[in-house]
Design a protein around this ligand. Sequence first.
Ligand SMILES: [Zn+2]
Ligand SMILES: [Zn+2]
Length: 141
Amino acid sequence: MNNLTGIFREKKLKLTPQRIAVYKFLKSTKEHPSAETIYKALQPEYPTMSLATVYKALKTLVEVDLVQEINVGEGNFRYDGTVEPHPHVQCLNCGKVDDIEGITFSDLNDKVKSYTSYDIVDSKIYFYGVCSCCKNNTTPH
Ligand SMILES: [Zn+2]
Ligand SMILES: [Zn+2]
């Protein structure tokens, strides 16, 4: 964890134990957990932290761009400690979300400019498929 205090100070965020816990957890995983998953994972270490607190900490962290919120549809959100733009792939069977590494679509915003009068500021790339676990698991659900 490089200089969390510095990062938070730069964002003018108060260093609360809850925010630190949520942020550290997201930085330590590539699983793109939901708020509920984060809540459950932090329970043993932070038994007094409520799910509402986790949501609040996530909201703050998303607002200051320390955490990326991923809309996986049906009102479900996943969270990602990597805020640099990167494409995601979601399993249509089990709902798991992974990063796709080694490829960027950084020229996409430029490419799309000639097709719209909007000033493009951001884009998100999602792919959908079947993960290797689901592919190899032939037992019906
Ligand atoms: Zn799957
Ligand atoms: Zn990601």
